[in-house]
Design a protein around this ligand. Structure first.
Ligand SMILES: NC(=O)c1ccc[n+]([C@@H]2O[C@H](COP(=O)([O-])OP(=O)(O)OC[C@H]3O[C@@H](n4cnc5c(N)ncnc54)[C@H](OP(=O)(O)O)[C@@H]3O)[C@@H](O)[C@H]2O)c1
Length: 207
């Protein structure tokens, strides 16, 4: 699979690394070419601009901070329209640990409206350190990864990526549930900032 990664931070590092390890062709795109190049070289991935990564991927990870979503949407233009975009974001303002989205709305739905992509909300509930685990297994039980999307084919692509990393996909239903995943993300971030260790916070495991 050709996977474009928007952003060159912690989640780009963790998920991009997983996907390279699973044999996918990965392209890291950043607003800062040097950071994207360094991460691409470390992971064994190609690198370049945000737009190039968006054009490269059949599947694209939105791995930028929520404050950069609009700038990123401008940078990529219509390059992800109709494509599968994975949104792992938590639109949480960490001064007061509150969501920045309007009540009833979510980052996942906002990205879908803004880009015209087929968005799948996934991978937002665990710390990047957990996404680096190969495989993410706790006491012999695989991590369970909830995801939501309005598009059945897009969901199946993401479910396959979850299975390939050794985790269990959990289909939560339509993208509407993005706001619930983001609410859970707020609780998790509050706990992490409170000092709990990344591998101990909400690592839902398979039954
Ligand atoms: N870290 C985690 O444990 C974790 C876990 C689950 C979900 N998430 C979510 O994943 C997303 C990415 O988080 P992260 O931890 O990977 O963040 P990060 O390490 O801080 O990296 C953020 C990336 O966003 C880019 N960015 C910021 N503002 C931008 C803008 N205006 N235009 C374009 N790019 C911009 C940064 O570019 P520069 O490098 O040039 O600043 C960087 O590449 C966030 O929504 C976060 O809530 C994070």
């Amino acid at each position: 699979m050709k996977i474009g990664v928007l952003g060159a931070g912690s989640m780009a590092h963790a998920l991009g690394g997983q996907w390279v390890a699973q044999g996918h062709e990965v392209f890291i795109g950043g607003r800062d070419g040097c950071k994207a190049e360094a991460l691409g070289a470390e992971l064994g991935a190609q690198s370049g601009s945000l737009r190039e990564a968006a054009e490269f991927g059949d599947v694209v990870l939105m791995g930028v901070h929520w404050a950069g979503i609009e700038d990123t949407a401008v940078a990529i233009g219509d390059a992800v329209r109709g494509k599968v975009v994975i949104d792992c974001g938590n639109p949480v303002e960490v001064e007061g640990f509150t969501l920045i989205t309007e009540p009833g709305d979510s980052l996942g739905e906002l990205i879908q409206r803004r880009t015209g992509a087929r968005v799948v909300k996934a991978f937002n509930l665990c710390h990047a350190e957990v996404w680096q685990m190969r495989p993410p297994v706790f006491d012999g039980r695989p991590l369970a990864v909830p995801y939501s999307s309005d598009d059945p084919a897009a969901k199946e692509v993401v479910a396959q990526l979850i299975r390939e990393m050794g985790a269990d996909p959990i289909d939560l239903g339509p993208l509407y549930h993005s706001k619930d995943l983001e609410g859970m993300g707020t609780v998790i971030i509050t706990l992490l900032f409170g000092g709990l260790a990344p591998r101990t916070v909400f690592n839902l495991v398979a039954a």
